[in-house]
Ligand binder design. Structure first.
Ligand SMILES: NC(=O)c1ccc[n+]([C@@H]2O[C@H](COP(=O)([O-])OP(=O)(O)OC[C@H]3O[C@@H](n4cnc5c(N)ncnc54)[C@H](OP(=O)(O)O)[C@@H]3O)[C@@H](O)[C@H]2O)c1
Length: 316
């Protein structure tokens, strides 16, 4: 079969022949249809992610740990838990029986491969307990996941949506109530967060961490003895940096609460969240910006930096 083959950490996967996977006891061969290439796949392939050792600890390896494909009987499924080295970026992969879930009728495989990014946005409800009317700040709103989070906040009934990014034109196109360009001085950014807060941020969906989140959390510290309004921050991504410095006073005084995106998730909640995303997708209320490329273009596609909020989806 043809596959995207990685030969060393940090390398570029190449379009090459690779031995077909053979199903062992309790395994199923997947005919791969669509694979979203995300930052996490690149970090794993680069050897810089905590899961790098598991997924690409031995070479050659095929990157990407999940995707959309067909079972031998033709059923379209989202699959994961691949058997190494058979990652998803190939014509075929192999997974344990049951390591997949059917894709609902009427959902394009490429769109299905991106729906997990919309699921993360639902953590504003599942992790932070968002209720309609609240003010939501989306950190990293010009990215794929952040753009979806702006839409999800609207669909959930946010009172105000504040969106951050680094490009004024793309920020304006988001349809947020207020936008903040984070590519300014620390002082200007802190002031922008304060100016845009209205009567306070209720929920923050954070795809950035790093400098913008550090400045934001510092800006919430009151300037006098006062009770800070509770602000529930959901940590989802780290596009700006994996680390922040967090002053004790930020937690002590500002009313901020910080959760991981996985808080509140169990199989039933996950199924409900997924169903909600499917419903909005089918009705056209939630749309996904994908750029489909053939597997044969993987070398060029892997190095693309011009996607500007569109998700690269490889169609083997
Ligand atoms: N947990 C999950 O299931 C899950 C799912 C999806 C995403 N994520 C994580 O969420 C994050 C965003 O993912 P994505 O797919 O939306 O990525 P993306 O499309 O590449 O978007 C990245 C966003 O971060 C901004 N950004 C990048 N570097 C920055 C920096 N140094 N300073 C400030 N802003 C910066 C980008 O601004 P510009 O537009 O100006 O470049 C953009 O808004 C990643 O860490 C990803 O791993 C997690």
């Amino acid at each position: 079969m043809k596959a995207a083959v990685l030969h060393e950490p940090g390398g570029i996967p190449r379009y090459e022949d690779f031995p077909d996977p053979v199903a062992g006891d309790g395994e199923v061969i997947i005919d791969v249809k669509a694979v979203a290439v995300e930052n996490v796949d690149k970090a794993i392939a680069a050897g810089t992610h905590y899961a790098s050792e598991k997924y690409t600890g031995r070479f050659p390896a095929i990157p990407a740990f999940d995707g959309i494909g067909a079972l031998p009987d033709g059923t379209l499924v989202g699959f994961g838990n691949i058997r190494l080295p058979y990652g998803a970026l190939a014509e075929k992969s192999v997974v344990p029986q049951g390591s997949y879930a059917p894709i609902p009728d009427g959902i394009d495989p490429a769109v299905a491969s991106v729906m997990a990014s919309a699921v993360t946005a639902m953590s504003m409800k599942t992790a932070a307990g968002f209720v309609p009317g609240e003010t939501v700040l989306v950190q990293g709103a010009t990215g794929v996941a952040g753009r979806l989070a702006v839409k999800v906040a609207r669909l959930l009934g946010a009172g105000r949506v504040v969106a951050t990014g680094r490009d004024d034109d793309r920020l304006r196109a988001l349809g947020a109530d207020t936008v903040i360009n984070t590519a300014v001085s620390d002082e200007a950014l802190a002031q922008a967060y304060l100016d845009a807060r209205g009567d306070g941020y209720d929920v923050v969906v954070d795809y950035l961490w790093g400098r913008p989140s550090e400045i934001f959390l510092r800006a919430l510290v009151p300037r006098s003895f006062a009770f800070g309004k509770p602000t529930r921050v959901v940590q989802i991504g780290e596009s700006a940096d994996a680390e922040i410095a967090l002053a004790a006073s930020s937690l002590r005084t500002s009313g901020v609460e910080i959760y991981g995106a996985a808080k509140g998730l169990d199989p039933q909640t996950m199924a409900e969240v997924y169903q909600q995303i499917v419903t909005w997708t089918r009705s056209g209320e939630l749309t996904f910006d994908v750029e489909k490329v053939p597997l044969s273009d993987i070398e060029t596609a892997w190095q693309r930096t011009d996607l500007k909020g569109r998700r690269l989806v490889v169609m083997p």
